[in-house]
Ligand binder design. Structure first.
Ligand SMILES: *Cc1c(COP(=O)(O)O)cnc(C)c1O
Length: 234
């Protein structure tokens, strides 16, 4: 077994155990492989062992790697890093979902670029729940307000699917848990106010904290290091 294959098998098993322990339905947590800073060859190795959901932070890097994999229709790429408006045009070409939507001006730009290519794209609201991340919405009202604009038909090419957050980098498990439960509270509130939207996704949990995230209701865990090893930042 290769390094990546071994890691994927182990993590899949741990996710499945964690689902059981927290009385979650089997298969309710999706595993995303975060391939930023890793090569096309490493991505292909993950695909070989049936990993099809990927996350990338930087649009240019994602574009270079994933446009070479276009023939594989199973591949699902999410953009998870903070997104500058001038990168949206390429982002919407390669991704099925933008998870890092953190401001209304970005929503306007995504709508505009998707309209041009006649594509509908999924997105998640990134919410700020921990000190370490600088991005994300900071008020529930702002999120509710945007959902209400969408429900009134202002945006026709974007599909709200849920919420994403990054927990603080800390040893203090209660702070991490608090961050995840804050996102779940937001999700519950929005689902109640907008029952017509399918806001079922909760993207939370990374290599170091995904088990806590699953206990708190995560539906997508975003895992890089535990699958591909340490990133070499160059
Ligand atoms: C890099 C990154 C991850 C993956 O982090 P690991 O600790 O390597 O698992 C998850 N989410 C976001 C938003 C990231 O930028």
């Amino acid at each position: 077994m290769t390094f990546i294959e071994e890691n994927l098998e182990r993590i899949r098993e741990e996710i499945s155990l964690c689902e059981k322990k927290s009385s979650r339905e089997s298969g309710s947590v999706k595993l995303m492989a975060v391939s930023k800073f890793h090569s096309l060859e490493e991505i292909k190795e993950a695909i070989r062992v049936n990993q099809f959901l990927f996350g990338e932070n930087r649009v240019q890097e994602a574009f270079e790697k994933f446009s070479q994999l276009n023939q594989n229709a199973n591949i699902d790429l999410h953009i998870i890093g903070s997104l500058q408006s001038n990168k949206v045009k390429n982002a919407v070409k390669i991704a099925s979902c933008i998870e890092s939507v953190d401001r209304i001006s970005l929503i306007d730009e995504i709508e505009k670029q998707c309209e041009k290519i006649n594509k509908r794209i999924k997105f998640l609201f990134e919410y700020h729940t921990g000190e370490d991340s600088k991005s994300g919405f900071t008020s529930y009202d702002e999120v509710l307000n945007i959902l209400s604009l969408i429900s009134m038909g202002k945006y026709k090419h974007i599909i709200p699917c849920g919420f994403m957050t990054m927990a603080p980098f800390t040893e203090d498990e209660s702070l991490i848990r608090k961050s995840f439960s804050t996102l779940r509270d937001l999700s519950d509130k929005c689902k109640k106010e907008f029952p017509n939207f399918n806001l079922s996704e909760l993207s939370m949990g990374m290599s170091g904290d995904y088990k806590i995230a699953i206990e708190e209701g995560s539906t997508i865990v975003r895992i890089g290091t535990a699958i591909f090893g340490e990133r070499k930042y160059i």
